[in-house]
Design a protein around this ligand. Structure first.
Ligand code: FAD
Length: 413
């Protein structure tokens, strides 16, 4: 029987799915190659729109795509579960009770929330990494409104309705902008004015500016837009402690709140290796110019889990980085198998976009930055085009259109 070359991918996010799609392309029709995928969930999650699920703007089902829908019956070996132990010597990965062997391995499990050891943060904060997280945030916000609407004391109501978001990167900024939209366009439709007036949104940012990964113009614009929306932005403010009904900032300011959403950082997903691996201080797998592990050339790492140094600086944790690395890995695995020379990876950003609520977005392509209504249309068009299936593109477009004409759905799931 023909011995097959086994290519195994860990992770079914931006990196893993793009790697598999491109591997199938470069090995089209080659019956000697066998692909396997390990994924914790049976779907792909389009994270860039999670904040809109968390604020009721998009139905949760519309930003996920079943793996089986993406690959159909062509994907014979899909292991649903968490890759637990990676054994480079035996070339195996353990998932649940199954041991899966490989000849080439692509590691793309992404990242998880990093609380940086802040006391009480893990226990008391909401996070925004999964669809469940987003549903929880929306349900909680709605429950806080219900709860507050029965409270007569305005001081108590203000505490119940104070929403604190920790982290002034793009996710935090997009989230607070959408939260304000939810309050203004939807809660104001369903709840008494005095209740809605007691809602406040606070964004806590450790550094002196929001979205430091963007250029100066965008950083300034983001702050201005959020402040105009009435969002309190606390700069140079690191969170020191989080409790069930409070958050303490480094200058000892104590904010009474039932709601702290932590989008203040990520760390690479935890994987268990049977031998020591070359990790960066923050736990990423260090890869060479071909995106391989230096001591295991048949193993590649991409996306949020990998540290590829581009002119000495690390690449940002972005979907486009994971996708570009995945495409390169597919080509390099083909070259390894064919015995041809591998290509070196270099990253060229396609630009960055960020929404700031209805009708407002900012963007940067090279040195050119833009903002406003057109940027917002551009943002929506780009993100719609990035959703995988036509069905989900249409559904998200319908959700967005409905939001313009009617309040969002605040059913508690
Ligand atoms: C709320 C939010 C908004 C974002 N917005 C943007 C944006 O607007 N633009 C942008 O470019 N980027 C954005 N990002 C960042 C982007 O999502 C990541 O950079 C990108 O997903 C990284 O791709 P990845 O393949 O490394 O990881 P992921 O896409 O996270 O995929 C990893 C997958 O592996 C699975 N997994 C984890 N551990 C295991 C395991 N042990 N075994 C098997 N499977 C495992 C996970 O469940 C997940 O499905 C956002 C992220 C978040 C959380």
């Amino acid at each position: 029987m023909l011995k097959k070359t086994k290519i195994l991918i860990i992770g079914n996010g931006f990196g893993g799915i793009t790697a598999l799609k491109n591997l199938r392309k470069v090995f089209r029709g080659d019956k000697t190659i066998e692909f396997s995928l390990i994924g914790e969930k049976n779907y792909f999650l389009f994270t860039p729109l999670l904040h809109e699920v968390a604020t009721g703007g998009i139905n949760p089902m519309n930003i996920v795509e079943p793996i089986r829908k993406i690959f159909g019956h062509c994907l014979k070996n899909f292991y649903l579960g968490k890759a637990e132990k990676i054994n480079f010597k035996d070339k195996t990965v353990q998932v649940n009770e199954i041991v899966v062997s490989y000849d080439y391995l692509v590691i793309a499990p992404g990242a998880e929330t990093n609380f940086f050891g802040t006391p009480g943060a893990k226990e008391n904060c909401f996070t925004l990494k999964s669809i469940e997280d987003a549903i929880k945030i929306k349900s909680h916000a709605t429950m806080q409104m219900e709860h507050a609407s029965l409270v007569q004391d305005s001081i108590k109501r203000k505490e119940i309705l104070k929403f604190v978001v920790v982290g002034g990167g793009p996710t935090g900024v997009e989230l607070v902008a959408e939260m304000e939209e939810l309050v203004r366009e939807t809660f104001s439709h369903y709840y008494r004015k005095e209740v809605v007036d007691d809602v406040s949104i606070v964004l806590v940012q450790r550094g002196g500016e929001l979205v430091p990964q963007f250029g100066a113009k965008i950083r300034k614009k983001s702050l201005q837009v959020l402040q105009e929306k009435g969002i309190e932005v606390m700069l140079d403010s690191a969170v020191k402690e989080v409790g069930a009904s409070y958050v303490i900032i480094n200058d000892n300011t104590k904010i009474a709140t039932d709601t702290v959403i932590w989008v203040g950082g990520i760390k690479p997903a935890s994987l268990d290796f049977t031998e020591p691996v070359n990790l960066s201080p923050d736990g990423k797998l260090i890869v060479n110019e071909h995106l391989q592990l230096e001591n295991h050339k048949e193993v590649f790492a991409i996306g949020d889990m990998a540290l590829f140094k581009d002119k000495d600086s690390a690449l940002p944790a972005l979907a486009q980085v994971a996708e570009k690395e995945a495409k390169m890995v597919a080509r390099n695995i083909k070259s390894l198998i064919d015995g041809t020379s591998l290509q070196s990876f270099s990253y060229h950003s396609s630009g960055n976009l960020m929404s700031l609520g209805q009708w407002m977005a900012v963007g940067e392509i090279g040195n050119f930055s833009f903002s406003g209504h057109l940027a917002w249309w551009f943002w929506r068009t780009v993100y719609l085009s990035k959703l995988i299936s036509l069905r989900k593109k249409v559904r998200v477009a319908v959700d967005w259109t409905m939001n313009i004409f009617s309040p969002r759905d605040i059913s508690r799931l």
